[in-house]
Write a protein that binds this ligand. Structure first.
Ligand SMILES: C[S@@+](CC[C@H](N)C(=O)[O-])C[C@H]1O[C@@H](n2cnc3c(N)ncnc32)[C@H](O)[C@@H]1O
Length: 185
């Protein structure tokens, strides 16, 4: 083995799993990370794992352009193949208005699900999570809440959907603000 190669191998060994995940991600991760969103590979794989173990339909509040939806759908396909109910206005949250400027993420979302080959697994509920609550019957096996990050709306999402979660089901919540703001939850 050449010196360069040995040096590279030593560097790679020290980086361990970080190298594999970030510098040379498996194809599935690479494809999904091409979809715009904030979810990291670790968070996506956690959702993937939970979805693969879900015994009832999966509900996602807040899909944006589909990054988390695709992780959930691919995970579910490894397990019982439970459908994914994706709820979104596709108009963005308050913090996205400067990016969307009145536009919608809906068409990119549909296109990304098709590219990810998961569109058949996803039932889309286009509207506010407050308005479409009756469209979700339950029991829910996995509830992933990543819609509005305003405290009052997060609380409403929990109040509206948590009672539909099955015994032994799982609720997951992601807060991106927690990464940037001290004290964010
Ligand atoms: C942070 S993004 C979701 C990101 C996505 N989970 C991902 O990881 O790729 C939040 C999304 O929630 C949606 N949203 C915000 N408030 C909502 C509400 N009350 N009902 C439905 N969707 C909402 C926005 O339109 C936006 O697409």
């Amino acid at each position: 083995m050449s010196d360069d190669r040995r040096l590279f191998k030593g560097f790679r060994d020290r980086l361990g799993g970080f190298y594999d995940l970030w510098l040379k991600p498996p194809k599935m991760h690479k494809d999904i990370l091409l979809v715009d969103g904030w979810l990291t590979i670790d968070e996506g794989m956690a959702l993937h794992d939970l979805a693969s173990r879900s015994e009832h339909p999966i509900v996602e509040i807040g899909s944006w352009m589909g990054r988390s939806t695709i992780f959930l759908a691919k995970g579910s396909a490894k397990g019982e193949g439970q459908p994914i109910h994706a709820i979104d206005t596709f108009n963005g949250s308050s913090e996205h208005q400067n990016i969307l400027r009145g536009g919608t993420t809906y068409h990119m979302f549909v296109q990304n699900l098709r590219r990810g080959n998961v569109h058949d697994q996803v039932i889309v509920h286009r509207g506010s999570s407050n308005d479409v609550v009756d469209e979700i019957e339950g029991p829910i096996g996995l509830l992933f809440i990543d819609g509005s990050h305003e405290y009052e709306q997060v609380l409403r999402d929990f109040q509206n959907y948590a009672p539909k979660v099955a015994d032994g089901g799982i609720m997951a919540r992601l807060s991106h603000l927690g990464r940037c703001l001290p004290g964010g939850r």
